[in-house]
Write a protein that binds this ligand. Structure first.
Ligand SMILES: Cc1cc2nc3c(=O)[nH]c(=O)nc-3n(C[C@H](O)[C@H](O)[C@H](O)COP(=O)(O)OP(=O)(O)OC[C@H]3O[C@@H](n4cnc5c(N)ncnc54)[C@H](O)[C@@H]3O)c2cc1C
Length: 338
């Protein structure tokens, strides 16, 4: 199918949200979670842009999610989102079902022996605080990351010299058919901001292990993380954090700066002056503005620095009908090719 026909079909599918809901409800009677059609996602992502989910399911707990996945027709695409701090949802929305874990996945429990168990919907910052309370050191870096545990497991989130894979023992996941698996960290193929677990695995819970520490020392470390964030990053802006991964031995921000992209503007989107690996929605940006800005930065860095930057931010969903996406969005600047 041509790309434009595919988009037209996806956009038509988005208008048929009610039909999808009816189909799912018929297949999975007795769900305890909340299933809604055509839910706006802009309000729940940090960038505050993007179209709706064709359907949004918030499961009551893991058993409810398993039941839902088992009953869901296999052709319906499933996308899981966390706290939306690493996401760019395109303007045409996300076809199929979007799953967002909530209260039923928000448990947090120290286990003794420096271990702590957390549900996938626990915010990273709450894990850091609970670990400090339980005198478990090594998880203070989570104080600075505004996502949730599910997103941290998928992204191998890290900062200040620590990363998820280093403090993780095992995870619990559901596969697309709703079967539960427990996987050890070695089985997840972690690398820098990368996890090799199958893309349709949904993390539901994780067991972390730190080392014994003193509460006051850990709290001091967390306070230092907070101070660093406040002075070095535009944390109060509508942003998705670091846009591109750091290439081997280089900093993405330095390459972006050298390519002359600091402060670059496309529509309502801007490269942060404060930290130029952050893109910002200045108020009126669309997802297309932000993606176009990112692709323009990539093209300029490739042309001027000879480096292909890789997106760290996850771009999800489809553009508005007839609109381009991906590298085709890059803008020529000053009459020259990008
Ligand atoms: C101001 C700011 C600062 C940031 N600083 C850092 C930093 O220092 N270090 C860092 O690593 N990141 C940083 N980030 C990026 C982001 O916070 C992390 O990537 C975070 O781990 C994403 O978690 P989330 O819950 O927001 O996930 P989302 O953004 O909602 O999703 C991210 C990815 O995880 C997947 N996902 C989410 N939940 C699940 C689940 N339960 N099962 C399977 N997949 C799931 C989604 O499908 C998506 O692919 C920053 C972001 C911002 C806005």
């Amino acid at each position: 199918m041509e790309q434009s026909d595919q988009r037209a079909k996806e956009s038509k599918d988005l208008k048929e949200c009610g039909d999808l809901i009816q189909e799912i409800e018929a297949a999975a009677a007795g769900l305890r979670g909340r299933l809604r059609a055509g839910v706006a996602l802009d309000a729940i992502t940090w960038f505050r842009v993007g179209g709706p989910a064709q359907a949004l399911f918030s499961p009551a707990d893991e058993a409810d999610l398993a039941r839902f996945l088992k009953a869901l027709p296999s052709e319906v695409p499933v996308t899981v989102i966390g706290l939306g701090s690493n996401l760019l949802v395109r303007d045409g929305g996300i076809p199929g079902v979007v799953i967002r874990l909530g209260r039923g996945f928000a448990g947090i429990e120290p286990q003794g022996g420096g271990r702590i168990r957390a549900g996938a919907a626990v915010p990273d910052q709450r894990l850091a605080a609970a670990a400090a309370e339980a005198e478990i050191a090594g998880l203070a870096f989570y104080r600075g990351i505004p996502g949730g545990i599910g997103g941290a497991l998928r992204m191998n989130a890290g900062a200040h010299g620590g990363e998820t894979a280093e403090v993780l023992c095992e995870v619990r996941v559901l596969d697309r058919e709703g079967r539960a698996h427990v996987l050890r960290v070695e089985e997840l193929g972690y690398g820098y901001r990368h996890c090799s677990a199958p893309p349709d695995f949904i993390f539901t819970e994780a067991l972390f292990e730190g080392v014994p520490g003193e509460r006051t020392r850990i709290l001091e470390e967390m306070a230092a993380v907070t101070t660093y964030r406040e002075t070095h990053q535009p944390i109060r802006e509508r942003t998705g954090g670091s846009t591109f991964k750091n290439p081997d031995g280089e900093s993405a921000w330095r390459l972006i700066d050298r390519a002359g992209c600091r402060g670059l503007v496309v529509g309502g989107a801007k490269v942060s002056e404060h930290h130029c690996n952050f893109l910002i929605n200045t108020g009126s940006a669309t997802a297309e503005d932000l993606e176009r800005l990112g692709e323009t930065v990539r093209a300029r860095v490739a042309a001027r620095e000879g480096v292909e930057l890789e997106w760290e931010i996850r771009r999800l969903g489809v553009p508005l009908p007839g609109r381009p996406m991906g590298p085709a969005l890059a803008l020529a600047m000053d009459g020259e090719p990008p």
